[in-house]
Design a protein around this ligand. Sequence first.
Ligand SMILES: *[C@@H]1O[C@H](CO)[C@@H](O)[C@H](O)[C@H]1NC(C)=O
Ligand SMILES: *[C@@H]1O[C@H](CO)[C@@H](O)[C@H](O)[C@H]1NC(C)=O
Ligand SMILES: *[C@@H]1O[C@H](CO)[C@@H](O)[C@H](O)[C@H]1NC(C)=O
Ligand SMILES: *[C@@H]1O[C@H](CO)[C@@H](O)[C@H](O)[C@H]1NC(C)=O
Ligand SMILES: *[C@@H]1O[C@H](CO)[C@@H](O)[C@H](O)[C@H]1NC(C)=O
Ligand SMILES: *[C@@H]1O[C@H](CO)[C@@H](O)[C@H](O)[C@H]1NC(C)=O
Ligand SMILES: *[C@@H]1O[C@H](CO)[C@@H](O)[C@H](O)[C@H]1NC(C)=O
Ligand SMILES: *[C@@H]1O[C@H](CO)[C@@H](O)[C@H](O)[C@H]1NC(C)=O
Ligand SMILES: *[C@@H]1O[C@H](CO)[C@@H](O)[C@H](O)[C@H]1NC(C)=O
Ligand SMILES: *[C@@H]1O[C@H](CO)[C@@H](O)[C@H](O)[C@H]1NC(C)=O
Ligand SMILES: *[C@@H]1O[C@H](CO)[C@@H](O)[C@H](O)[C@H]1NC(C)=O
Ligand SMILES: *[C@@H]1O[C@H](CO)[C@@H](O)[C@H](O)[C@H]1NC(C)=O
Length: 614
Amino acid sequence: MRISLFVWLFLILLSISCGCGSSISAYSQCVDREGSLLLQLKKSLKFSSSNSPKLGSWNEGTDCCKWGGVMCDEEGHVIDLDLNDESIYGGIDNSSSLFSLHYLQRLNLAYNDMDGSQIPSEFGKLSNLIYLNMTLSSFGGQIPIEISRMARLVTLDLSYNYRLVVENPSLKLLFHNLTELKQLYLDGVNISAHRHEWSQALSSLSNLQELGLSFCSLSGPIDSSLVNLRSLSLIRLNYNNISARVPEFFADYSNLTELHLFSCGFYGKVPERIFQMPTLQVLDLGNNKLEGFFPDSVLKLTHIVYLDLSGNNFTGPIPSLHKSKNLTDLYLAVNRFTGPIPSFRMSKGLIYINLCCNNLTGTIPWSHFDGLVNLTSIDLSENSVGGTIPSSLFGISSLSEILLQQNQFEGQLPEFPNASSSLLQLLDLSNNKLEGLIPMSILELGSLRGLTLSFNNFSGTMQFEIFQRLGNLIMLDLAYNSLSIDASGSNSSFPRLTGLSLASCKLQQFPNLKNQSDMDYLDLSNNQISGEIPNWIWELAGNGYSYLNLSHNLLVDLQKPYSFGNATLDLDLHSNQLHGQIPIPPLANYLDYSSNNFNYSIPADIGDPSIVKL
Ligand SMILES: *[C@@H]1O[C@H](CO)[C@@H](O)[C@H](O)[C@H]1NC(C)=O
Ligand SMILES: *[C@@H]1O[C@H](CO)[C@@H](O)[C@H](O)[C@H]1NC(C)=O
Ligand SMILES: *[C@@H]1O[C@H](CO)[C@@H](O)[C@H](O)[C@H]1NC(C)=O
Ligand SMILES: *[C@@H]1O[C@H](CO)[C@@H](O)[C@H](O)[C@H]1NC(C)=O
Ligand SMILES: *[C@@H]1O[C@H](CO)[C@@H](O)[C@H](O)[C@H]1NC(C)=O
Ligand SMILES: *[C@@H]1O[C@H](CO)[C@@H](O)[C@H](O)[C@H]1NC(C)=O
Ligand SMILES: *[C@@H]1O[C@H](CO)[C@@H](O)[C@H](O)[C@H]1NC(C)=O
Ligand SMILES: *[C@@H]1O[C@H](CO)[C@@H](O)[C@H](O)[C@H]1NC(C)=O
Ligand SMILES: *[C@@H]1O[C@H](CO)[C@@H](O)[C@H](O)[C@H]1NC(C)=O
Ligand SMILES: *[C@@H]1O[C@H](CO)[C@@H](O)[C@H](O)[C@H]1NC(C)=O
Ligand SMILES: *[C@@H]1O[C@H](CO)[C@@H](O)[C@H](O)[C@H]1NC(C)=O
Ligand SMILES: *[C@@H]1O[C@H](CO)[C@@H](O)[C@H](O)[C@H]1NC(C)=O
């Protein structure tokens, strides 16, 4: 009830504020003939009325210009039909009355399920169409030549219909007469039959502004005639194997705002002029084989918002971005950048910073993150950054991910300011040289889902129980520090925990995890746990997969009666003092029972683990 009232208010506000419906349709009645064509159309379409709010509102005896998704001109002719996301399924055939709506200028059939059926050739009759949108509608087969008769088309969106192909007629025949086109989206359409000609075939579309061709099975090189498309503002070629150099003429598109070249097999140096295009807002060169370095003067992307250079071979220091005041997304991961982490203070709108897996060094000055009030994720992992972790980083209240693992950070961990209102979900500081006590404010990070502090030199004694305060924890890893974890407390309850590593935490006993029902990773190795392996441990993983490592303890037996659960085990019990019969789990990938005192008679029915060590 509240929702429908809200929608109703919203619609009223919308019609008042934009006045769009009223100026076109309010003055005239729908032409009878077109009303009945629409009703015939409704009859011929398969849809599920509960999910088709617009079609559902088409009723005989009412003015069709007021029906959902319908807009008319002043004479009452239907000029705009928006049936996007109406749960239409099974396709449209050539005889459909849709193709008698000759005044139609805009048609949107996006987000329906045509189940691989063909695009009807009768579309050619809709010669007044300016806008045709059939994205994500599961059309299939060859795009019919009749599309090329819609000479007034300005927007054609056939993207993400993965069963569509362009083979015969060719790309050139289909499109070279559609010279009014400003937006052409063919992402996901299989153009592999014309993969070498695509750039030439489209070079006559001189008004084109937006060109989407990702996932089209295209090849390179890119023909220089494509430079004729001078008005291009968006180029999207992601996930094609272009296997060529990035053409310098891309820099000649004086209105280019978005260049998406992710995973295209581009190699070599990127022409410097690309990094100096004053119009670019999105530059995605991720996952190619690009190389080169950035002297200070190279990068002049003053309007850049989204910059992805990750997964390449760029070298040298990270380019200075101090002129890029609107940057929100910075992805430079997996390159060979060296030198210090630059200051980001000039890009105050940054939301994502990913510099993982480079060769960055140096320390991070306290002031580097000043004023980044929207920063959500920072990933500096797998570098060689050292010094202490600046507490100013922990003070950024918008952060939900801090990934600093595999670096050279040292010293004590600062307290988390305002921890109780923190949004932090993921904190990974593993594989550094941090020491001292784990700050207690960490236990107030109520949103935390993953906490990984392993392979540092944290010290002190902590009750395992106190981590229960982190009620959203999914993964807790405190292994290989100098910590003593005291697990003597009563039942513990972590509503969501699925992974726990307390390896090498000087544990004397099993933490009581009896009430956990969804653990698929438990590492209690390298402790001083003695006595029996409790029988509840085999039930922790339910029916899934379970990694259980109890090696290097002082365990002597399995508590009886025990029954292995239904999980497929990776079970490591080596280097204990276990004796008696060898326990045989019914499902296992990996079993290590070595260095124990088991009664060695290798059972015939050991099952089929891929590795067994006895
Ligand atoms: C429409 O008619 C054409 C020509 O007769 C035919 O090739 C095509 O398969 C038909 N399309 C549909 C969707 O029925
Ligand atoms: C096509 O329609 C969908 C759904 O309404 C929309 O998200 C998309 O932006 C449209 N494409 C174009 C080019 O307008
Ligand atoms: C394209 O236009 C030319 C000139 O008007 C015409 O001769 C040709 O048949 C058209 N091609 C297609 C595929 O419609
Ligand atoms: C594209 O179509 C060609 C045949 O023209 C086929 O060999 C290829 O597997 C298809 N590619 C994809 C991604 O479907
Ligand atoms: C670039 O955009 C501007 C403003 O929209 C327009 O006036 C100009 O003609 C465009 N340039 C080209 C080459 O299309
Ligand atoms: C990409 O194309 C190049 C040259 O045509 C070819 O050598 C390479 O194997 C292709 N790579 C993939 C992943 O298809
Ligand atoms: C980077 O360069 C090295 C050495 O030339 C090469 O082996 C590697 O494949 C390259 N990586 C990428 C992502 O281009
Ligand atoms: C930054 O974005 C704002 C808002 O979109 C815009 O007005 C401004 O011109 C942009 N500045 C630069 C340098 O791109
Ligand atoms: C980082 O530098 C070291 C030493 O110079 C080198 O061995 C290593 O390959 C570099 N790593 C990367 C990702 O370039
Ligand atoms: C932070 O995000 C909000 C909401 O998107 C935006 O209005 C604000 O301008 C951003 N702040 C900065 C410094 O970019
Ligand atoms: C902590 O929160 C209070 C109130 O929300 C705020 O005034 C203060 O600046 C915050 N302190 C830090 C260090 O973020
Ligand atoms: C194991 O599977 C059997 C049969 O599917 C089921 O009855 C039993 O409850 C399961 N045991 C556990 C611990 O999930």
